[in-house]
Design a binder for this molecule. Sequence first.
Ligand code: NAG
Ligand code: NAG
Ligand code: NAG
Ligand code: NAG
Ligand code: NAG
Ligand code: NAG
Ligand code: NAG
Ligand code: NAG
Ligand code: NAG
Ligand code: NAG
Ligand code: NAG
Ligand code: NAG
Length: 474
Amino acid sequence: MHPQTLLSLTLLPSLSTAAETVLGLYIFSRHGDRTSKSTPPTVLTELGYSEIFSSGTWFRDQYIANGSTSQIHGIEPDIVKQSQIAASAPLDDVLMPSCLGFLQGLYPPVGPTLGQQTLRNGTVVQVPLNGYQIIPVGTVTSGTGSEDSAWLQGSGNCANAIVSSNNYFASPEYTMLENSTMGFYTSLQPVVNSTIPANQTNFKNAYAVFDYINVAEIHNTTIPSSSILTNDTLLQIRTLADTHEYNLAYNASDPIRAMTGATLAAQIVQALNTTVAGAGKTPINIQFGAYGGFQSFFGLANLTQANPDFYGVPDYASTMTFELFTNAAPSPFPAPEDLGVRFLFHNGTTGNNSVPVAYPLFGQSNTTLSWFDFVSGMNKFAVGRQSAWCEACGNSTGVCASTTTSASGSSASGGSGSSSGGISKAVAGVIGAIVTLAVILGVEAIIMMIAGLRVVRKNKLAAGARQGNIAPKA
Ligand SMILES: *[C@@H]1O[C@H](CO)[C@@H](O)[C@H](O)[C@H]1NC(C)=O
Ligand SMILES: *[C@@H]1O[C@H](CO)[C@@H](O)[C@H](O)[C@H]1NC(C)=O
Ligand SMILES: *[C@@H]1O[C@H](CO)[C@@H](O)[C@H](O)[C@H]1NC(C)=O
Ligand SMILES: *[C@@H]1O[C@H](CO)[C@@H](O)[C@H](O)[C@H]1NC(C)=O
Ligand SMILES: *[C@@H]1O[C@H](CO)[C@@H](O)[C@H](O)[C@H]1NC(C)=O
Ligand SMILES: *[C@@H]1O[C@H](CO)[C@@H](O)[C@H](O)[C@H]1NC(C)=O
Ligand SMILES: *[C@@H]1O[C@H](CO)[C@@H](O)[C@H](O)[C@H]1NC(C)=O
Ligand SMILES: *[C@@H]1O[C@H](CO)[C@@H](O)[C@H](O)[C@H]1NC(C)=O
Ligand SMILES: *[C@@H]1O[C@H](CO)[C@@H](O)[C@H](O)[C@H]1NC(C)=O
Ligand SMILES: *[C@@H]1O[C@H](CO)[C@@H](O)[C@H](O)[C@H]1NC(C)=O
Ligand SMILES: *[C@@H]1O[C@H](CO)[C@@H](O)[C@H](O)[C@H]1NC(C)=O
Ligand SMILES: *[C@@H]1O[C@H](CO)[C@@H](O)[C@H](O)[C@H]1NC(C)=O
């Protein structure tokens, strides 16, 4: 039984009485508390480490440990079995350490008894650090450096998505808000002036301003003119940033803007399908990424319909979880028609007092979907093929130059992303971050594109040396 589902608005009593077994999990997590993007390099803080470790511990207690509520069928409860877990994160000082911290919570040190080995000659070897377990994490080039950038567009380097996001800055909605909030932002200047100049303290930089003040509210004991920051003011700073970021990540009438969410959706299906196709071989897939990927997916999956909170930027250590489960006998691995999927979200650090809640996907009302309905719902917006990506993005050079003949079959490997059908890692560059940085600096669009091209090239070089699937960046 799922305690989370008890919280769900749309829980059906009949479901809670069925004998349910969880067979697989896909988790997409935001990093823990970090330093401000306005004071790079941005790093994970001690608080962030403990937040993410707390989340990992909760997931262990829920899905892995003996006696847990929803122990995954066949999961190794104590000593990690590497083949059962696929973890990946961009290589940086925030998301990568967060992923490692989460895994420490998931599979903590096993102690002296389990953490030892007897050699042929009888010598007993103790594992260091009380049986610490080492879990490899795949690096993804997408999102690399994202936590050092003030604004994350979250669209990879998809040409049409960049154009679409930038269109927001030309929309009447944006212009009106920028104008009407000018006085509000000016009033914040005494708080931020040591770092953010007056001509950048405006709605155009709503996230950077929010981020700087949010970090200060957590860490700075001597915020200048802190009396300005009443609860109402703080809420307004956050809400303006929410609006700004959501509109850059998703637009209902311009779906290309949400390319990050579309590629994420494809990865989620691929990851769960790896569990299905492998009959449970790799039941856990964990990815770390930034909030832009969340927001873009929220829009595409119509989660804003389920709860308007989904318009907001998710807090640190937030998680999206997809449970693959069955109500049939879990062994042998059930047929696809006996599989279901449930989406759960938790805003911020998960712990025993605050746990993920199930929400209905795709604007319908059932928090559980059959595997087939889930796949077809996701595939309405998922983009998982190089050729489809290139076509939708309007890209025809670089990795897209060779994709005129469409690759057949989508990658089911989930963990590699290097097959012919999958989106290459080079596609998931960091241009989004560059774009915004450029916006902040007041640089023209042409220059952003040039900067983006350079970044992509660097990523391509790196991609050759790395394994791991692309993570939607943001
Ligand atoms: C967990 O359960 C398995 C299977 O029943 C058992 O072999 C193992 O010893 C248990 N581990 C702990 C720590 O109780
Ligand atoms: C047993 O083998 C290990 C590893 O080769 C070695 O370090 C250790 O000294 C050996 N112990 C004895 C008693 O030979
Ligand atoms: C901005 O707001 C002022 C009033 O506060 C108004 O006079 C002006 O026309 C507005 N400009 C735009 C571009 O909306
Ligand atoms: C920031 O604003 C405060 C209050 O207006 C002022 O005293 C201070 O000199 C300013 N600091 C900078 C670096 O501009
Ligand atoms: C913390 O407050 C001090 C003023 O006491 C200010 O100079 C500094 O920039 C602030 N740092 C952050 C990260 O807010
Ligand atoms: C502001 O919010 C904080 C945290 O939610 C709360 O503890 C405090 O009482 C609030 N202050 C006022 C004046 O409402
Ligand atoms: C998460 O919490 C923040 C406030 O802490 C809120 O602004 C945002 O809308 C929430 N997001 C979701 C998806 O619940
Ligand atoms: C979201 O769900 C609502 C209610 O079911 C529906 O009217 C709307 O068309 C959906 N929007 C999208 C983008 O799917
Ligand atoms: C919700 O979905 C599950 C799984 O597909 C199904 O068994 C159940 O009947 C559905 N409930 C409703 C009200 O559609
Ligand atoms: C799952 O993987 C299998 C094996 O690679 C493939 O045939 C099937 O089409 C995939 N299904 C989905 C929904 O991606
Ligand atoms: C797609 O096009 C944009 C704009 O021309 C470019 O910046 C980006 O690098 C291209 N992406 C790829 C993967 O070729
Ligand atoms: C902001 O002002 C500084 C100097 O005061 C100037 O160098 C910079 O170009 C301005 N930036 C924008 C975006 O206007």
